[in-house]
Design a protein around this ligand. Structure first.
Ligand code: FAD
Length: 408
């Protein structure tokens, strides 16, 4: 039996950032991670907002030392037209760049940097069950030798991502409001170390399908195709057949990548969007993907994982010191606000209102800077009308630009 103040489940971005902040505040923290690192996970394009979190958690230098591919913007491509967002031209004051990262190396870097701070990170330890109490949690896990162990802690951070440990134990899963979609993706050899590779490409394939191209700094590039489940019907049975079929559907993608040489075989995942009934309870908090995952289109997943990990850690610190914490106001409402903003943009992407704005003939520089800040992850800045009025503004603006374009 071991004890600690805070047990963190999972060594992804949510878990490691929470652990780093708590350790810096003097708490005895421990991470249990199910897999052996380095391990693959999808989610390779970060947003500039992540830089603020990495800095606050004292992990920025460790990541900087890895020379990951710098990302300075996002480029949307449709039928030969390009809408380029440069993070240096944005409304909100914040970071103007970030990275595109192979997650195996990125997450390994975070886990090592957290271990260097003195947090024990135990790999191949899978949390199986938790007995929740008011101020005392008893966690049962299987260790690397296959033995069952127990760990006592005052608080638990669930950063288990797609593992969704606490939502499964407490049956908190709630279906997403979005239709189920699938993604087919791979890593390919594509040496794109040019100015162009400093952005993610988001390419419209059909009205219901899009692709990402995310170059890394080591000559590999991540390529993925996303669409509703039936979009991939008739493309073959294996992920590779489907992937090759998708490549052939779009000139921009096929010309850019040329002949395909895989460095990671194509994989397929589906129905990944999910939500939860509640974000916290007595002695625990859910962070990152164990709360809600919307959609990959705006690369918001890791940003939310970090935002929630950092925010939760600061509230846990206050609670363990004996302060009363208003979790509903300071955690749920705060995180939900960012999620809801991105939800409007994801909805706008799929209902066509956002592409209508991106590819309008009429240039809208001021609006573009405000939208750029949302794409950079600054979705809590209420001085930005594209944050404050996120639920109406895209539909309204898309109608206005189409009227102006028609008049031309
Ligand atoms: P994870 O990174 O999943 O880490 C959770 C960790 O918990 C894992 O290491 C896991 O092994 C461990 N764990 C699980 N169960 C247990 C257990 N029982 N015991 C102990 N440990 C456990 N996001 C972006 O920001 N940019 C993108 O470009 C992007 N692209 C995406 C594309 C697709 C198709 C999808 C589906 C998602 C994408 N995402 C992207 C989202 C991104 O994958 C996640 O939001 C992000 O990885 C969440 O981080 P996390 O720390 O919550 O969880």
């Amino acid at each position: 039996m071991t004890n600690c103040d805070v047990l963190v489940i999972g060594a992804g971005p949510a878990g490691t950032l929470a652990a780093a902040i708590l350790k810096d505040k003097g708490w005895d923290v421990r991470i249990l991670e199910k897999q052996k690192f380095p391990r693959f996970v999808i989610g390779e394009s970060l947003l500039p907002r992540c830089m603020d979190h990495l800095r606050e958690a004292g992990l920025l230098d460790a990541v900087e030392a890895k020379n990951f591919q710098k990302k300075i913007g996002a480029r949307f491509v449709k039928n030969g037209a390009i809408c380029d967002f440069n993070f240096s031209e944005q409304f909100t004051e914040g970071s103007t760049w970030t990275w595109q990262v192979p997650r195996a190396e990125f997450d390994m870097t975070l886990a090592k940097a957290v271990a260097d701070k003195g947090v024990p990170v135990d790999f191949e330890c899978s949390v199986e069950d938790i007995e929740f109490g008011k101020s005392h949690q008893i966690t049962t896990y299987t260790d690397a030798s296959g033995n069952s162990q127990t760990l006592h802690s005052r608080f638990i951070v669930d950063g288990s991502g797609y593992g969704r440990v606490i939502p499964k134990i407490l049956k908190l899963d709630k279906p997403s409001t979005f239709p189920p979609r699938a993604a087919i993706f791979a890593h390919v050899k594509f040496d794109a170390r040019t100015e162009e590779s400093r952005r993610i490409d988001i390419v419209t394939i059909t009205d219901r399908m899009w692709a990402w191209i995310i170059p890394f700094s080591d000559g590999r590039t991540s390529v993925g195709f996303v669409g509703e489940l039936d979009c991939f019907n008739g493309m073959g049975t294996s992920p590779e057949e489907k992937f090759q079929h998708c490549i052939g559907m779009n000139d921009y993608v096929s010309k850019k990548l040329g002949s395909i040489e895989f460095t990671m075989e194509p994989k397929e995942i589906s129905a990944y969007s999910i939500s939860v009934e509640k974000f916290y309870g007595e002695g625990f908090v859910l962070t990152g993907n164990s709360t809600e995952f919307l959609d990959p289109v705006f690369s918001s997943g890791v940003t939310f994982a970090m935002e929630s990990g950092v925010t939760a850690a600061k509230l846990i610190d206050r609670q363990l010191k004996g302060e009363t914490v208003n979790w509903e106001e300071d955690y749920v409402k705060y995180i939900q606000k960012g999620v809801d903003t991105f939800r409007s943009y994801v909805k706008g992407w799929y209902d066509g209102s956002l592409p209508a704005i991106f590819f309008a003939e009429t240039a809208l520089p001021a609006f573009k800077e405000q939208i750029c800040s949302v794409l950079a992850g600054y979705v809590w800045d209420d001085t930005n009308p594209f944050v404050k009025k996120h639920n109406r503004i895209l539909t309204t603006l898309s109608k206005v630009v189409s009227i102006i374009d028609e008049d031309k």
